[in-house]
Design a protein around this ligand. Structure first.
Ligand SMILES: Cc1cc2nc3c(=O)[nH]c(=O)nc-3n(C[C@H](O)[C@H](O)[C@H](O)COP(=O)(O)OP(=O)(O)OC[C@H]3O[C@@H](n4cnc5c(N)ncnc54)[C@H](O)[C@@H]3O)c2cc1C
Length: 442
């Protein structure tokens, strides 16, 4: 791994690696679940040392930072000035460039789109043209292809994002427990007045209970006026949990494999049962609301020595029967889904490899060693491709390349941009080679 300390380091490296197929790829915090930031036999550029926040411009509501600055760093700096990021993923330990390259989505995609929509401009280092400053007005094809481009259009060195006012580090959540998929979809469809919306699904429940969920819909909470004190459980802590604090607990190495299918079935059922049927305006601190897993350090150790797989699909709006069919596959194949997170996506925006399209997205965590996993995910892939949906490439390490063009029909646009900025095919990752993203032969 090559640790870049400056833009010149990146330029020099791309110049040195002129050999076609060398497979140079940038890497941020390495939080992608798949092989997008790896390049066996090639070179991986670690961008985490370039983590400076260059400027915060309150007048234009813009922040500029280097590629390796993390969402946690950006949030801390912005919060100090009463500002916030419009879109954050489920962990704050990802880098700015990683968020751009995966065009990450948050709990508010139905309202605010994904990360790409809030990128104002960026500086990219390409093999053919060196340093380029890109925006919707300067080389828009390359700019948009880089948003969700999985590092395949160049190395992002710096980016400028639009920011927003942060009313307080709290949200107010409405919680509903639904009895099945119809109820879950009904709550999350239509005119959604809440800014954030997410559901935890109990995918281990069958029959009429299939798709039952705890749905949480929330909005930023303004600081309460002095005469209206916060509810007791909130006022006990003088300050909300920090937006940037470390984990509260770390799972030890060699932790026994506690996630057995039977215990998890019971846990899922219990979690659903103990949740309130309906609760309104529950105040929740932003950090645990947005980043629940960040409280548990090394949480993936819970999945045993072989680790976990996360699989994320999106099914287009209007194809809800395919969504139901995907739940059926998960149940029939007896996949031990320990965590199933369900969200609604609004309109698509980013480049040809950007994942979100208007519809329903489901992310499921399973132990990598679960029996029958490969065949079950293959069946899901086919179902998803067949209905115009897609699998999230940042979380993939196994999909068959034949399905890529069905899921991502704008690959030709990416190939045209790559032909221009990387004619020798210097950039590449295990992901791009496995799926032949640029159409190159194996
Ligand atoms: C607990 C957890 C929760 C998550 N929740 C969400 C979520 O809610 N929504 C969501 O969308 N994703 C989510 N993710 C996935 C994660 O946000 C993305 O995979 C993100 O890209 C990781 O960023 P990173 O800095 O770790 O990048 P890496 O994993 O290192 O790389 C990811 C991609 O970015 C590219 N890249 C990195 N740096 C650069 C650079 N300087 N220039 C060009 N390309 C670069 C890499 O080549 C690679 O293709 C979650 C991941 C975890 C572990």
């Amino acid at each position: 791994m090559f640790e870049a300390q400056s833009a010149e380091d990146v330029l020099d490296l791309l110049d040195r690696e002129r050999a076609p197929g060398a497979g140079v790829i940038a890497r941020g915090a390495g939080r992608s679940y798949g092989d997008a930031a790896q390049s066996g036999g090639g070179e991986v550029i670690d961008m985490t040392a370039l983590d400076r926040i260059v400027s915060v411009d309150e007048q234009s509501m813009l922040i500029t930072a280097q590629a390796g600055a993390t969402i946690a760093q950006l949030m801390a700096r912005l919060a100090a000035q009463g500002l916030g990021l419009p879109v954050v993923p489920g962990t704050r330990h990802v880098t700015l460039a990683g968020a751009i390259a995966s065009d990450i989505h948050g709990k508010n995609h139905h309202r605010d789109g994904a990360f790409a929509r809030h990128v104002h401009s960026l500086r990219l280092c390409t093999p053919a043209d060196g340093l380029l400053d890109l925006s919707p007005h300067f080389d828009p094809d390359l700019f948009y292809a880089t948003l969700g481009g999985m590092g395949l259009t160049g190395v992002v060195l710096e980016a400028t994002l639009r920011v927003e006012r942060l009313r307080s580090p709290w949200v107010s959540a409405d919680i509903d427990r639904t009895a099945g998929l119809a109820g879950t979809l009904e709550l999350m469809s239509g005119e959604e007045r809440h800014r954030y919306s997410v559901a935890w699904l109990d995918l281990l429940a069958g029959g009429r209970s299939m798709g039952r969920a705890i749905v949480s819909r929330a909005d930023p909470l303004a600081d309460p006026p002095p005469k209206q004190p916060l509810p007791r459980r909130l006022s006990r802590s003088a300050r909300p949990p920090s937006l940037t604090g470390g984990p509260l607990l770390t799972v030890p190495r060699g932790c026994p494999d506690v996630l057995h299918p039977a215990t998890m079935r019971a846990f899922n059922a219990l979690r659903w049962r103990i949740s309130p049927r309906r609760e309104r305006e529950r105040p929740q601190a932003m950090a645990p609301y947005f980043f629940p897993l960040d409280a548990l350090g090394e949480w993936s150790r819970l999945y045993g020595p072989r680790g976990l797989i996360q699989y994320q699909l999106v099914i287009p709006a209007g194809r809800e029967s395919a969504l139901e069919a995907s739940f059926e596959v998960i149940r029939r194949r007896r996949l031990p889904v320990y965590l199933a997170v369900f969200k609604r996506f609004g309109a698509a925006f980013g480049g040809p490899l950007s994942f979100p399209i208007e519809g329903w997205t489901l992310a499921i965590d399973m132990p990598a060693g679960a029996p029958g996993l490969a065949a079950a995910l293959e069946e899901l892939d086919l179902l998803v491709a067949g209905c115009g949906g897609r699998v999230y490439l940042s979380k993939d390490a196994r999909m068959r390349r034949e399905l890529l063009a069905e899921m991502y029909p704008r690959l030709g646009e990416l190939a045209a941009v790559r032909e221009r900025v990387d004619p020798d095919g210097v950039l590449g990752s295990d992901l791009s080679r496995r799926l032949r993203i640029d159409g190159a032969p194996a």
